[in-house]
Design a protein around this ligand. Structure first.
Ligand code: ZN
Length: 409
């Protein structure tokens, strides 16, 4: 049996949600967690689920969804409807709306299933308060302390933001699912990168989701007069940083894989004057890979490189680990279902890693999990430029629907 989504209805829903929270000069979307836009999106989703006769369910972490079928381990699908500021209309929303459409089709066709199917829109995936709040709660990774410490860039806490909406953030501790409660989890998402578009492939089969570490590095030398200090007598922190940046490609070649990425995304020079040799260079180093052992080796190699540069240039360095996410391998149960569902439509799904973090990464710790990617035009995302052709959206939605069918029958 192969099922198909109702494309006009799916398209109308994607357009309707895309209109919620839209603003700014470029027409970007603003649905940051618990903002007015996010709340309006939640209301819209609730109404659509109720209209479809699916009912709604909201857990203690304000994860919003619906369930088709009764008790027992469920097949779950979902993503998020919150956004970064000035976002595109598909990141997250695509997975939630296509998941809703899948539940509608399964219900309307009266498909007999041996497992319940559940939809979830996770809270704060995009990180107004740090990110993946809902999927962390569902997978039991939150603590009262972590909830207390979750604040946005303006200093407002998630507890305050939820209280304004009549919610208690500590209830998130009750959102954890029992082991075995989720038979399998599937997330449909835009790729947010250029690979599928570039290779003209309609479906990506995610094999692993990249992990990362982020360092806050400080190189210190000596601030001094830019005119009177000879070049060979300087302890120039910026020169050390520049040399380190030039070593990134070599370190990746020697110690990384084709999936490794390293980025210096923010730099600050102190004291920061045109006529002063920089005494301190502060910068971030973010390194990603899909293999935990490779990430560990890259950490060692970058540390040794910094050490050697500092010794040569008479500098000191310190680094703090500000973030660390373990890579996740996708489940063969879910990957097999995605591969077979793609074959139903005569598509050979392209095996690939996910370079971006997703809720699937959290849920993978409590259930077999996997992801389906559809192409992002020119790889654009987290921007109003984000888009995917309707044909590719239809294909992705059909593959999701039939993946869920295969896992739940
Ligand atoms: Zn997303």
């Amino acid at each position: 049996m192969t099922l198909r989504v109702d494309m006009p209805r799916l398209q109308a829903d994607i357009e309707a949600l895309a209109a919620i929270g839209r603003g700014g000069k470029q027409g970007g979307i603003y649905r940051m967690a618990f903002s007015d836009g996010d709340m309006a999106g939640r209301t819209w989703l609730s109404e659509r689920l109720i209209q479809a006769g699916l009912g709604i369910h909201q857990d203690g972490a304000a994860n919003l969804g619906a369930r088709l079928g009764g008790d027992g381990a469920c097949v779950m699908t979902g993503s998020h409807i919150d956004t970064v500021p000035d976002a595109g209309y598909l990141d997250g929303a695509l997975g939630v709306i296509c998941g809703m459409e899948a539940l509608r089709i399964l219900k309307e066709r009266n498909v007999s299933l041996s497992r319940p199917v559940e939809l979830v829109a996770f809270t704060d995936e995009e990180g107004r308060f740090g990110g993946m709040f809902g999927s962390q709660a569902m997978s039991g990774k939150l603590s009262p302390g972590a909830i207390h410490d979750a604040v946005d860039a303006s200093g407002q806490s998630i507890s305050e933001a939820m209280a304004v909406r009549g919610l208690n953030a500590l209830d998130a501790l009750r959102a954890q699912r029992d082991p075995g409660a989720i038979h399998a989890f599937v997330e449909l998402h835009i790729e947010q990168g250029p690979v599928l578009d570039h290779q003209a492939r309609p479906i990506g089969l995610v094999e692993a989701i990249t992990g990362l570490f982020r360092w806050e590095v400080s190189l210190t030398g000596a601030a001094n007069h830019a005119g009177t200090t000879p070049m060979d007598m300087r302890q120039d922190a910026f020169q050390g940083l520049a040399e380190f940046a030039a070593e990134i490609d070599r370190v990746l070649e020697e110690h990384g894989t084709s999936r490794s990425r390293a980025t210096i995304g923010r730099v600050q020079l102190l004291p920061g004057a045109a006529n002063v040799v920089p005494g301190e260079a502060r910068f971030t180093l973010e390194v990603r890979d899909t293999d935990a052992a490779v990430l560990a080796e890259l950490g060692d190699a970058f540390g040794r490189t910094l050490f050697a540069i500092c010794r040569r240039r008479d500098l000191n360095f310190t680094h703090e680990i500000s973030s660390r996410i373990e890579p996740v391998a996708c489940s063969s149960l879910v990957m097999d279902a995605i591969r077979a569902a793609s074959a139903d439509f005569e598509i050979q799904a392209l095996p690939m890693p996910s370079g971006a973090a997703h809720d699937t990464q959290m849920i993978a710790s409590i259930a077999p999990a996997g992801m389906i990617f559809v192409p992002s035009r020119a790889g654009r995302s987290h921007s109003p430029e984000e888009w995917t052709s309707w044909a590719h959206i239809e294909t992705g939605a059909n593959v999701l629907l039939n993946t869920l069918l295969r896992l739940a029958r």
